[in-house]
Write a protein of this length. Sequence first.
Length: 117
Amino acid sequence: QVQLVESGGGLVQAGGSLRLSCVASGRTMSIYAMSWYRQNQGEEREFVGRIWWSGGQTLLADSVKDRFTISGDAAKRTVYLEMNSLKPEDTDVYLCGATEYGGNESWGQGTQVTVSS
């Protein structure tokens, strides 16, 4: 089983920056990719970015790729989401996910990001 803990959310003014972190523990050797999603209450989960540990390939959603950066430290099983030029529409709960070989997915509890106008 994989456990994920996110941190780094908070309240920021439009145009500001935040850096989210997600640390994985437990069965971490089986993780091949970690992701960030965001979700508002009652809405579908929206993909933000993903990093694959083998090779370090990253992918960001078109809506954020000019403002956000995803990175990670494989040894620490930690993934980061650097968010710049934040907009009020970026306000959401940001969730970290881990995908294991075999297809199992785990999720953290999420961290709230609020961007004021």
